[in-house]
Design a protein around this ligand. Sequence first.
Ligand code: LP5
Ligand code: MN
Length: 247
Amino acid sequence: MKHSLFVADLHLCAERPQTTRIFEDFVRRTASGAEALYILGDLFEYWAGDDDLADPHHARIAQLLAELSRGGTAVFILPGNRDFLMGEAFAGASHARLLDEPVRIDLYGTPTLLMHGDTLCRDDTTYLAFRAMVRQPDWQAAFLARPLAERKAEIEALRQQSERDKQLKPAAQMDAHPDEVATVLREQGYPRLIHGHTHRPARHLHRIDGRDCERWVLGSWHERGSYLRCDAAGCVAIQLNYFEGAR
Ligand code: LP5
Ligand code: MN
């Protein structure tokens, strides 16, 4: 049966080789049987710019995705809050199409909305202010003009700052806000939303203006790999089995 797969928040990096191996396995054995693979953000721990494609780990992932695409599975990437600096060079190397959110697709007869999910966390105002700054084209051009090593050092510092800030934020602030979810589903008039980012995998049901809507939240991969499989009969969340202690 024709089907498409969805993943998010893999946070791939050379320091977690086991997760990379699991993803490689998933791509070669599972995704290769699908019509399309949608990566809904944060494929990488972070992306400092397409000139970082020279990094062997990054090149290995690009090659893996290109192999998948050449085998007949369309590869779509909707960049997340950690890899929004991905550009056409990365897309070219991985034979992937970059998507701008919110993405609307007809998923085997069900209109489906795709997002990374960070913008749904309406109460995370410090993050949203930061996001507004770094999503400006001028800010990005100035940042990308700096030497790669300098950009990476700054991102590492920001990662630490972010981890410290997250300790102080209430859990609800870092979750999708029900009112924002309702607004998005209402505005778009779509019965299904798929997103990641919050690392709280679940299927939520929402009743919007008398319509039943479903929201699938994808899981992150650094604890356990998982994906969503959708076909004309609907979607099902699947967890990958792999060795305990995998990093
Ligand atoms: O990613 P996750 O889920 O752990 O946390 C996010 C929010 N954090 C981020 C930061 C990313 O983790 C790392 C950024 C990679 C970006 C690459 C390119 C951009 C380069 C920019 C270089 C300056 O997105 C986190 C959310 C959380 O999701 C849940 O939704 O809460 O947000 C934060 O923690 C951000 C802080 O609240 C605000 C930070 C302001 C920092 C101001 C600039 C400081 C410069 C760094 C020097 C220390
Ligand atoms: Mn994210």
